[in-house]
Design a protein around this ligand. Structure first.
Ligand code: WTA
Length: 575
């Protein structure tokens, strides 16, 4: 199968891209040269928000549109100068309440301009910003605020009910956007404060190794991990957005990811604005019509999305595509899950564009293995390492494997946007670096003889559903909180559109009978406790679940049951 796919290659289509030919770019590259782009090259002090926004106000980009925003009820645009002014004011609001460098400030909002202003303003005072998906429910919000010791949250009245303020002693300030009624104690009105805030603001200059952003992400065990990135990451954001996304300041760029996810910050905020590009943000829910009309309306030139979205668009049919003028598109990219060759073929057919796959992780902060505009694309492959990055397939001892052998996808340590810490959990951080000199990704892959990398799967049990990482342990823990559930095991079940869906196997407590209503209630329980995307789409009741003698649920046995495969070695299973 792979043999066959590998033979099909889509060659480089044209010239005029930022990145030189791949081999040349790789050979001549040095991160130190990229650093010279930024002011701290001379001052040693930096601030991401300055480099992404403020810096452009002293250039011809000043009055250029930085952000197009629309949803069902709003249609707005903001220049770089306007975004600077708004985020300066918001910085003053935060300072007024004593928020300072190093504090954790969470942004829990639907995708609106105010979300972007909040993120920028938070960074401007040197605080560490924690973006949260608006879909998170109370349990998920509590875990993250508690673990990070957040002192403030910016949210909306509708989402506030999911913030258990009274259980979070460190949380001193709740800034509400869209509240026109009475404010309770400790609550602050975003609009009122912004109206009164001074426009004079002095940015907090920080060190390049100071904290910038905290993204929580799931692993196979334990609660979500807080991955800390620092201002230094901008070197990578800038250069990858320039070469991989091929952003120029004339581009209208649409990253479809929410800032609650790392793609929505590294490449929905930092990368594009560091390069002076115009960002498109479309609020509201996904629909194929809406997406195509967004491209048409803004004449989007560069589009960064995810396989699940492309598969859903593909499912909506080719006829629909023809109803829109998508001629502005010049570069299309994907991230987050394996990009099936069929989707790449479809992209060629309907957009006459190659869809460029990119591989990276929350922990890596930026793109590492990609298909570039100036390189042949092999559909099904993630591409080749970015210049300055050394990637390899290694065995469990850290020995590099020859081409075409499957093993651990590992990266030589030391790229600019590498995570600097797992919040409160140094042991977890160390696990990634257990093989001397390597960052171990947790993905398995192989490299072909041309140096292209091919994704094979996760080494652990992490589920990837519609591009979102879900830790089975988190879902299992929530399931067993339900009074009817005695034990639970959760796996990813292959799905043609979402990549995987979440399937739970449960055993019921004595006195409970399996019924449609009960299963629906259990599903709802997880949905309310964690998030809609974490709720199992399928629940199967079993008398007993397979466990090791030490009591650990054997997910690989559940998976084998599900797929009708042999269960393999069961020597550690309890009787
Ligand atoms: C998976 C997303 C196949 C992979 C930026 C990785 C991919 C995890 C690809 C990180 C790709 C990401 N092909 N799989 N191009 N890109 N993944 O942290 O398993 O949400 O380890 O970051 O997504 O997911 P995360």
């Amino acid at each position: 199968m792979n043999e066959m796919i590998q033979k099909k290659v889509f060659p480089v289509t044209g010239e005029g891209y930022n990145m030189p030919a791949y081999e040349e770019a790789y050979k001549n590259f040095a991160w130190e040269d990229v650093e010279k782009q930024f002011s701290w090259h001379t001052t040693n002090k930096v601030n991401m928000a300055y480099e992404a926004i403020d810096r452009h106000v002293d250039t011809p980009l000043k009055n250029k549109t930085a952000l197009y925003y629309s949803d069902a009820s709003r249609d707005e645009q903001y220049t770089f100068e306007e975004l600077k002014a708004l985020s300066d004011k918001f910085g003053n609001v935060l300072r007024k309440y004593g928020i300072q460098k190093g504090d954790r400030v969470f942004v829990f909002m639907p995708r609106t301009p105010e979300l972007y202003v909040s993120v920028l303003g938070t960074i401007k005072v040197g605080a560490i910003v924690g973006p949260l998906f608006e879909a998170f429910m109370e349990g998920a919000v509590r875990d993250r605020l508690e673990d990070s010791g957040a002192v403030a949250i910016i949210t909306t009245p509708a989402l506030l009910s999911r913030v258990p303020v009274s259980e979070l002693p460190a949380l001193k300030h709740v800034i509400l956007f869209g509240e026109d009624g009475e404010l309770a104690e400790g609550q602050i009105s975003y609009e009122k404060e912004m109206e009164q805030a001074s426009a004079d603001f002095e940015i907090e200059w920080v060190d390049r190794e100071d904290g910038l952003i905290l993204h929580y992400t799931s692993g196979s065990t334990g609660k979500p991990k807080g991955i800390l990135h620092v201002h230094n990451a901008m070197i990578q954001h800038y250069q990858t957005a320039k070469w991989v996304l091929d952003l120029q300041d004339s581009d209208v760029y649409w990253c479809t990811a929410d800032p609650g996810w790392v793609t929505g910050t590294s490449y929905g905020i930092f990368g594009p604005w560091l390069n002076g590009a115009t960002n498109v943000v479309r609020g509201g829910r996904f629909s194929p019509q809406d997406w195509y009309s967004t491209i048409e309306k803004y004449k989007v030139t560069v589009w960064y999305s995810a396989p699940t979205a492309f598969r859903m668009l593909m499912g909506a049919g080719d006829e629909l595509v023809k109803q829109f003028d998508l001629a502005s598109l010049r570069h299309v990219l994907s991230v987050g899950e394996p990009l099936n060759p069929e989707v790449v073929y479809w992209g060629m057919k309907v957009f006459a564009k190659r869809i460029h796959d990119t591989w990276w992780m929350t922990e890596t902060g930026g793109q590492l293995i990609c298909n570039y505009a100036t390189m042949d694309v092999k559909p099904g492959s993630m591409g080749k390492p970015f210049p300055g990055i050394v990637a390899a397939i290694v065995d469990d001892e850290g020995n590099e494997l020859p081409p075409n052998r499957m093993g651990n996808l590992a990266i030589k340590t030391g790229w600019p946007s590498m995570m600097r810490r797992v919040w409160n959990n140094p042991a977890k951080y160390e696990e990634y670096f257990r093989l001397e000199g390597w960052y171990v990704s947790g993905d398995s892959a192989y490299m072909d003889e041309d140096g292209y990398f091919w994704f094979q799967g996760r080494v652990d049990d992490v589920i990837m559903t519609a591009g979102e990482r879900v830790g089975p342990f988190e879902v299992e823990s929530k399931l067993v909180e339900h009074p009817a559930v005695a034990e639970a095991g959760v796996i990813g079940k292959p799905d043609p559109v979402r990549g995987e869906i979440i399937k739970a196997f449960i055993a019921l407590r004595d006195g409970y009978e399996e019924s449609e209503e009960l299963l629906a209630e259990i599903r709802q329980f997880v949905k309310i406790g964690l998030a809609a995307h974490a709720a199992p789409r399928e629940i199967e009741v079993r008398d007993k679940l397979p466990k090791t003698r030490s009591g650990k649920i054997m997910r690989r046995v559940l998976k084998a049951w599900e797929l009708g495969l042999p269960t393999g070695d069961l020597s550690t299973m309890e009787d």
